[in-house]
Design a protein around this ligand. Structure first.
Ligand SMILES: NC(=O)c1ccc[n+]([C@@H]2O[C@H](COP(=O)([O-])OP(=O)(O)OC[C@H]3O[C@@H](n4cnc5c(N)ncnc54)[C@H](OP(=O)(O)O)[C@@H]3O)[C@@H](O)[C@H]2O)c1
Length: 307
């Protein structure tokens, strides 16, 4: 039976199920951080072998025959497979009580692995806030990032310990909040790309494209990020909506309708949220708020027919 001292001190013996971009990165860097690799399983044997090579040891398993030896099992399959893998692990009956099982999904909670608690395992999720486009072998992709965990306290003790060993910062999420945590990451990262894509498309109409267009926007965007860091939200907000300048917003809507109608809704939806932030500052009068509200809520294709 696993004992408590196993989970908060080195060496952890670890196994990984799902040897893709994240799994192979864990395989390598947990070994570098002092963990002992005991087993790797994946849909394809070759993937499990690649993980074992990256870790410098550990068995390649059809099923996780190495499980009884593991203090920690990381499930790094695609999100849609996590629950099924949890059930499969539970039916093997091979887990020692006290084993910590963590999955790495950003959106799913630990309870997807609840079936494993019946055998005495401690379950959790540990999400590295990093983009793994390929297995990272030559540098530590966990260095300096945040890893968010939730789940059973003993699982979080180990998660926090290994996070520190990898040079990352650990944060604990309250139960029931992972959906919004992950949505926030999507907005800040993926939607930033979308935002810049929309702005670059508008600059293409002005005869600027590619590198030139990006060079025009880059200092503005970086300066805005700096302002958010220094001043916070909504103080960092500038521009026509923050000033209550409905005439300028109407001008934008009119030109977008004429020259890039596909981006008019994009401009208005973001403008509505920007107006909500502006209202929170209490600096523009009711008349300006109403004029802006009406311009931004307009569902017609053109903003030009407003007085
Ligand atoms: N990629 C990222 O940037 C990132 C960042 C943070 C968190 N995550 C999370 O990390 C997890 C893994 O993501 P990933 O990007 O590493 O995915 P991935 O590259 O697609 O790797 C997943 C691996 O799981 C294996 N697999 C699939 N079904 C399986 C099953 N039923 N049993 C055993 N192995 C199975 C696949 O196997 P074979 O190779 O053997 O066919 C594949 O190599 C996900 O939960 C994801 O949300 C990803």
């Amino acid at each position: 039976m696993a004992e408590d001292h196993r989970i908060d001190s080195l060496p952890w013996r670890y196994a990984i199920v799902g040897c893709g971009r994240v799994g192979i990165s864990w395989a390598r860097h947990l070994a570098v951080a002092g963990g002992v690799p005991v087993g790797f399983a994946s849909r394809r044997r070759t993937s499990a072998r690649t993980a074992a090579e990256a870790a410098g040891g550990g068995k390649v398993c059809e099923v996780l025959s190495a499980l009884p030896e593991a203090d920690l099992v990381l499930i790094t399959t695609p999100d849609g497979q996590i629950e099924a893998v949890g059930r499969e692990l539970a039916t093997t009956g091979a887990l020692a009580p006290g084993t910590v099982i963590l999955h790495c999904s950003g959106a799913l909670e630990a309870d997807r692995l609840a079936v494993l608690r019946e055998g005495g395992a401690h379950i959790g999720s540990l999400h590295p806030l990093q983009s793994f486009a390929a297995p990272a072998l030559d540098h530590n992709p966990f260095e300096g990032i945040v890893m968010a965990g939730e789940g059973d306290p003993p699982a979080l003790t180990l998660a926090e310990s290994l996070t520190g060993r990898l040079g990352a910062r650990f944060i604990r999420l309250p139960a029931g909040t992972k959906g919004l945590y992950h949505a926030a990451a999507v907005v800040a990262s993926n939607y930033l790309v979308t935002l810049m894509g929309g702005a670059l498309e508008m600059l293409a109409v002005c005869g600027l494209s590619g590198r030139d267009a990006f060079a025009v926007l880059e200092p503005l965007t970086r300066g805005t990020l700096d302002n958010i860091g220094r001043l916070g939200i909504p103080k960092a907000l500038t521009g026509p909506i923050a000033r209550g300048d409905a005439a300028t917003v109407e001008h934008h809507c009119r030109d977008l309708a004429a020259q890039r109608p596909a981006l008019l809704r994009f401009y208005r939806v973001l403008g509505e949220y920007t107006l909500d932030l502006t209202k929170g500052r209490g600096e523009i009068d009711t008349k300006a708020i109403e004029a802006l509200q009406s311009l931004l809520a307009d569902t017609r294709e053109s903003g030009s027919n407003r007085g």
